[in-house]
Design a protein around this ligand. Structure first.
Ligand SMILES: Nc1nc2c(ncn2[C@@H]2O[C@H](COP(=O)(O)OP(=O)(O)OP(=O)(O)O)[C@@H](O)[C@H]2O)c(=O)[nH]1
Ligand SMILES: [Mg+2]
Length: 176
């Protein structure tokens, strides 16, 4: 994730800002991903409005250019994008990850959001691949919303750019 990455990223998104919510169970790799991408972000807490105190350590949000971020909190009416991070090696909690994921998508303020799933921790032995995570999360049940899944290793910085590139193209083509 050097300067080249940042430049490529900036040219993809221009100066556009998007409201991104990065969610996932605790330990999924959210912080690591955000630290390894040139997305300017602010930390915040987000609970599903309809179920405050859900078992998620969710977070965050952002603009693509940190300089332009003016928000003092993360309470928005709507979100453009949701990045859902899954620890692909944490097979014991995939059902929980799936249940939370689908509950999140029911939220009114995420209704129009494009969804990007990161099947993270691909470097760990026993990590399930993107096809297996797609099945475990029942991604094919998603209706009338654009989504994609990418294999990532946040620690190695792998797969993150590909996912963000997809997001960029999706936004440009009018999704979200
Ligand atoms: N092997 C491996 N470890 C990872 C990867 N991504 C994150 N980790 C590790 O997993 C642990 C949790 O990562 P975080 O980024 O803190 O996870 P988080 O989703 O922010 O967790 P919470 O803040 O508790 O919700 C840390 O020890 C990371 O170093 C990855 O791709 N591969
Ligand atoms: Mg974190």
């Amino acid at each position: 994730m050097g300067i080249l990455f940042t430049r490529m990223f900036s040219s993809l998104f221009g100066n556009r800002e998007a409201r991104i919510l990065v969610l996932g169970l605790d330990n999924a790799g959210k912080t690591t991903i955000l630290c390894n991408t040139p997305i300017g972000f602010r930390w915040g807490k987000w609970s599903r409005p309809s179920q405050v105190g859900a078992p998620l350590s969710l977070m965050l949000t952002i603009g693509f250019n940190v300089e332009t971020v003016q928000y003092n909190n993360v309470k928005f009416q709507v979100w453009d994008l949701v990045i859902y991070v899954v620890d692909s090696s944490d097979t014991d909690r995939l059902v929980t990850a799936k249940d939370e994921f689908h509950a999140i998508l029911e939220e009114e303020e995420l209704k129009g959001a494009v969804v990007l799933v990161f099947a993270n921790k691909q470097d760990l032995p026993g990590a399930l691949d993107d096809a297996a995570i797609t099945e475990a999360l029942e991604l094919h049940k998603i209706k009338s919303r654009q989504w994609a899944i990418f294999k990532t290793s946040a620690i190695k910085g792998e797969g993150l750019f590909e996912g963000l590139d997809w997001l960029s193209n999706t936004l440009k083509s009018g999704g979200g």
